[in-house]
Design a protein around this ligand. Structure first.
Ligand code: ADP
Ligand code: ZN
Length: 787
């Protein structure tokens, strides 16, 4: 049995009462000291003589097991690799919403009189008094956009505490049942049995055309229950039950039937033959933007299904790639489940369970879909494999690519990594012949890659142009508008500007709790911290020297959209960033709007992914440097990826162009991206990585210490660095403050550990550092393996 709630965890042994059944993956309620907890069964029960001190399991929670033996093995691997506990690893792969939980809820004792609390944010009081009047979980409140507008986390928590003290709110701790239960639905299928009667025959005909039809849809189509029952009794229709899959396959499907190009044929064959071989294999599909990789995946999956296997497709973020999701739905209909963040827990859980029962053959989803409980998975496709969102940014900090590899290694399946800009680790492995490698160098539509021009912003500035857009970009934009073609403008930052800077003393207003500058949001009239969401008004005089005039520097999406509107008053402009896409579906709606009626789409990274609009013939990268100077060994790689991906949105159906504005026109990440030369970029970048001993030439682990007391945090980091230096064969750098040294009022120090083989490092972390850290009160340990 594995405890789920304690910080240190180790397996515990419990007795199984007479008559109670429990097996691996079951959730049980058990006593621990004076408390009751939930835990997972991680070993099958065995006969043993009664032992003193071994207490019995209180109860077993109904429902299908949360994981199976293969899932448990995968979780054990994750725990070892990423230095987390088995419970944390299991937490990543079980469907959390389906488990009973211990939750805190706030309940209103008395009506909330806002006037009684003049010091508390009125927005918050209104929210609690109206939307949350029925009681609420603190997290749900804190996440609510209206609450976030009312104040930062600390303010909100303080307000809740004040309301508690005043006796208006009470906090209750409760055990709650799973939030989801399986709804089931009846589905009809036609047989070969003939039947008499025009109504019944019409019904059978309808079902036959549809393939399968829900009973509910047959009723909607005007057939009575009696008719349906008659058809079933006569044997002309077969009725089965399955988990209701409401949200699946409802969206407009996109069916694509092309003649594959020669390059696509080769790629499909390369995947298909590996899947057929039934041994673990990994394959890199390096295909330029628009080379038709999605179509390759679809055909390869169809082959996998024909071989009796199933498939998982990982995409960076479904809400960002609705077009891709529709293509899979178009190809596999009811046999595909698209798990996106817009689904309710219940919908997701139903898909999850249907997958576990083998009623689904293909799961498409973001990072966590790598854990989908599909049986017989023989192919995992990771689309846009270079995306950093595959690495979880929180415990357990797993990398979905590595997990996919491990899962397929155990199952004898194939992992396919697809990208126009492959992760350098995979590219290097492909070059060395360690994994398969297929290239698609031409676009499927036979259009050339967009002609890409680099504009030197420094030169532009010297010529006297201080605006956001270079002369070249303005001209190109004007041409597109005149021709009725579309443009995508990519900006790496949301908000109206970068930051405020005092002309007199050079001060930049920073967040009081994080060491980053505040971003100006003109339309709301405030500055915001993009890390902790703290906000302040925009000063007119420098808060530091009190005298200097203070101005905005840098550009964000809002400023770009406004500048474009000023230049072209009649242009229809859509802005897409995390400010305009706060609700589920905003994304797809904005994209539809752009596709149907707008001329210009201004957006952040969000617009870089998977968009396929034939009318886009111009892409402008407003400032390509922003990501270039961040202290991350992947900065150049990420910049190259971004430029390539964004530029790739251009000219998919007719000749297109991309204009890249930058202060660093000769930087390899910019220059090679403009030439569409991945190999050139990779050669130089890999050479640098080799010299500096970064992945893929070494394994890297970041060991961080975090806490409020800066001295304690730094001292702990020193001690840990000393311990790590004793591990043979490792190189230890630091400790040094994180690139962002303070977040949410906590200081952060970091040690970088490099090793040819990280096994010994991870062992030291698990066996020495983590137990030591548990005894520390003021400092937390944060481990990031393979960052
Ligand atoms: P990628 O993911 O490689 O950037 P997509 O899969 O989005 O490329 O495909 C680019 C475009 O090419 C899509 O509009 C797709 O419908 C089209 N396409 C794919 N394969 C073919 C083909 N064999 N013939 C014609 N068009 C194709
Ligand atoms: Zn902050």
């Amino acid at each position: 049995m594995q405890q789920r709630t304690a910080r240190v965890e180790r397996p515990l042994t419990y007795a199984l009462p007479e008559g109670m059944q429990a097996g691996v993956g079951d959730v049980v309620r058990v006593p621990l000291g004076p408390r009751e907890l939930f835990g997972y069964v991680i070993a099958p029960p065995r006969e043993a003589p009664p032992r003193p001190g071994v207490r019995p399991v209180t109860s077993r929670i109904d429902g299908a097991p949360a994981f199976d033996a293969a899932g448990l093995a995968l979780a054990r691997w994750i725990a070892l690799r990423y230095c987390c506990s088995l419970g944390e690893a299991l937490g990543a792969l079980v469907f959390a919403a389906a488990l009973p939980r211990v939750v805190d809820r706030f309940e209103l004792r008395a009506p909330l009189e806002a006037a009684a609390f003049p010091k508390l944010p009125p927005r918050l009081l209104r929210l609690i008094g109206e939307d949350f009047a029925e009681g609420f979980a603190p997290d749900a409140l804190l996440r609510h956009p209206e609450a976030r507008r009312a104040g930062d986390r600390k303010t909100l928590l303080a307000a809740l505490a004040a309301l508690q003290r005043a006796g208006v709110l009470v906090r209750r701790r409760t055990f709650v049942a799973p939030r989801v239960g399986a709804a089931r639905e009846k589905v009809l299928e036609a047989t070969e049995v003939a039947v008499a009667g025009p109504r019944v025959r019409a019904l059978v005909e309808l079902v036959r055309e549809a393939g399968t039809l829900r009973r509910g849809d047959a009723l909607l189509a005007g057939f009575s229950s009696a008719i349906i029952t008659r058809a079933v009794r006569a044997g002309a229709l077969r009725e089965t039950e399955r988990a209701a899959v409401m949200s699946r396959a409802r969206a407009a499907r996109e069916r694509q039937d092309f003649e594959p190009t020669a390059e696509q044929v080769a790629a499909i064959e390369a995947i298909g033959s590996r899947v057929a071989a039934g041994r673990f294999a990994e394959l890199l599909i390096q295909g330029v933007t628009g080379s038709g990789k999605t179509f390759v995946y679809i055909r390869a999956i169809a082959r996998t299904l024909a071989l009796g296997g199933r498939a998982i497709v990982l995409v960076p973020e479904i809400s960002l790639t609705p077009q891709t999701a529709r293509r899979f739905e178009g190809a596999f209909g009811d046999r595909v489940a698209v798990l996106h963040s817009g689904l309710s827990d219940r919908d997701r859980f139903e898909s999850w369970q249907a997958a576990a029962r083998g009623e689904i053959d293909v799961v498409v989803g973001a990072r966590s879909a790598v854990f989908a409980p599909l049986p017989d998975v023989r192919l995992v496709v990771v689309d846009e494999a270079h995306e950093r969102s595959y690495k979880q940014d929180g415990v357990p900090r797993y990398d979905a690519l590595a997990v996919a590899r491990e899962r397929m290694r155990a199952a004898g399946g194939t992992v396919v990594l697809g990208s126009a800009t492959p992760p350098l680790e995979a590219y290097a492995a492909a070059r060395r012949g360690e994994i398969g490698w297929v290239r698609l160098d031409r676009r499927a539509t036979n259009q050339p890659l967009p002609a890409t021009h680099v504009v030197d912003l420094a030169a532009e500035f010297e010529k006297g142009n201080r605006r956001i857009f270079s002369t070249r970009l303005v001209e190109a934009l004007g041409e597109r508008l005149a021709r009725g073609e579309k443009t995508v403008l990519f900006v790496n930052r949301r908000g109206s500007a970068g930051f405020m800077l005092c002309r007199a003393c050079g001060a930049v207003p920073e967040c009081a709790r994080c060491s980053v500058s505040l971003t100006v949001h003109r339309s709301e009239g405030l500055m915001r911290c993009h890390l902790c969401d703290a906000q302040r008004g925009i000063p007119s005089l420098c808060p530091a020297c009190g005298a200097g005039p203070i101005r905005e520097f840098g550009v964000g999406t809002q400023a770009v959209a406004e500048a474009a509107q000023t230049l072209f008053p009649r242009a229809r402009i859509v802005r897409m960033d995390s400010d305009t896409t706060t609700r589920v579906g905003d994304h797809a709606r904005l994209l539809d709007e752009f596709g149907e009626r707008a001329d210009i789409l201004v957006g952040t990274q969000m617009v870089a992914k998977g968009l396929d609009f034939p009318a886009v013939t111009l892409v402008g990268v407003v400032a390509a440097d922003i990501g270039l100077h961040v202290p991350d060994f992947r900065a150049a790689e990420r910049t190259f990826d971004l430029i390539t991906q964004v530029a790739g949105r251009s000219g998919r159906a007719r000749a297109g162009e991309a204009i890249v504005q930058t202060y660093a026109p000769t930087h390899p990440a910019v220059a090679f991206a403009a030439k569409h030369d991945f190999d050139g970029f990779a050669a130089g970048e890999l050479e640098l990585r080799r010299e500096l001993r970064y992945p893929p030439f070494a394994e890297l682990v970041y060991v961080g210490t975090i806490g409020r007391d800066r001295r304690a945090v730094a001292a702990a980091a020193d001690r840990y660095a000393e311990l790590l230096r004793r591990v043979p064969g490792v190189e230890v750098l630091g400790p040094a403050p994180y690139p962002i040294a303070r977040v949410n009022d906590e200081w952060r120090y970091r040690i970088a550990v490099k090793a040819d083989d990280g096994t010994a490092v991870r062992h030291e972390i698990r066996e020495t550092l983590q137990p030591l850290a548990l005894a520390e009160r003021a400092v937390r340990l944060a481990i990031n393996v393979d960052p």
